[in-house]
Design a protein around this ligand. Structure first.
Ligand code: HXC
Length: 258
């Protein structure tokens, strides 16, 4: 692959796998690493052969956060002028589903990176946390906002103010992740899930992602109207005709993503 800190592959039809590969630093998210994450996501978002993307790290660490050593000497003027971390949000602009397969530490920016994905699967070894409070700062990659949305105020406050790590089992109970899978299988399970998504019509998959995300931004009425309009729009696609015809004819659909 053309990347220094990432491994990329296509482990199944329609599925791309992006593996953070900075093992000596537990996948600490340095600026060069994040630039590569954005580049790889952009590459696969624009690759017609890819229908869903899996993002993972190593067994020991999904990612242990933003790179503390890189941040240490930055001044307020540096981070404000350059809008430090702004480019992290690009991941949320990816149109295709992104599944995080989390083993080991997902801390600080690593937890935030997982929260930017559409679905999170975790190994029993996963540990989620926002430990920024221990180093004199707070989450800066959306952690406070996305965490509060998914786990509620009390749990978000506890994580952000104490820095305590949350186990995979707890994260599942809290609704932060879809589910915990057996140890060693999280990438496989994520690829399997991505393959299921890849077998659907890509237009309706993209629409489904877009409308669920709208639930986090719009009022209920605006969201319902947006959903209905996108739903209406899908009647202009061949995949809608094919999907409903295949059902009536009792055969599997042959989606052409048009
Ligand atoms: C830079 C890091 C790092 C990080 C680990 N390393 N995390 N380097 N930034 N976030 C480096 C260590 O310095 C060390 O390098 C090597 O990775 C292995 O880590 P160890 O600490 O030796 O491993 P271990 O004892 O197993 O402890 C694992 C750990 C610990 C509990 C995950 O590394 C840790 O607490 N890391 C920091 C976690 C954190 O605070 N994250 C939030 C960052 S702030 P050497 O060279 O010594 O071998 C953040 C801001 C977000 O994310 C806001 C914007 C998104």
């Amino acid at each position: 692959t053309p990347y220094e800190f990432l491994l990329t592959s296509k482990p199944a039809p329609g599925v791309a796998l992006v593996t953070l590969n900075r093992p000596k630093a537990l996948n600490a998210l340095s600026s060069p690493l994040f630039i590569e994450i954005n580049a790889a996501m952009n590459e696969f978002d624009n690759d017609d052969d890819v229908k869903a993307i899996v993002l993972t790290g190593s067994e020991k660490a999904f990612a242990a956060g933003a790179d503390i050593k890189e941040m240490r000497d930055k001044t307020y003027a540096d981070v404000y002028k350059n809008n430090f971390l702004e480019n992290w949000g690009l991941l949320t602009k990816v149109r295709k589903p992104v599944i995080a397969a989390v083993s080991g530490y997902a801390l600080g920016g690593g937890c935030e990176l997982a929260l930017m994905c559409d679905i999170i699967l975790a190994s029993p070894t996963a540990k989620f946390g926002q430990p920024e409070i221990n180093i004199g700062v707070i989450p800066g990659g959306g952690g406070s906002q996305r965490l509060a949305q998914v786990v509620g105020k009390s749990r978000a406050m506890e994580m952000v103010l104490t820095g305590r790590m949350v186990s995979a089992e707890e994260a599942e109970r809290w609704g932060m992740i879809s589910r915990v899978v057996t140890e060693g299988s999280v990438v496989n399970e994520a690829v399997k899930m991505a393959s299921v998504i890849a077998s659907k019509g890509a237009l309706s998959v993209q629409a489904g992602k877009e409308v669920v995300n709208a639930a986090y931004e719009l009022t209920l009425n605006e969201g319902l109207r947006f959903e209905r309009r996108i739903f209406h729009g899908l009647f202009a696609t061949k995949d809608q005709k094919e999907g409903m015809t295949a059902f009536a004819e009792k055969r599997p659909p042959n989606f052409t993503h048009e």
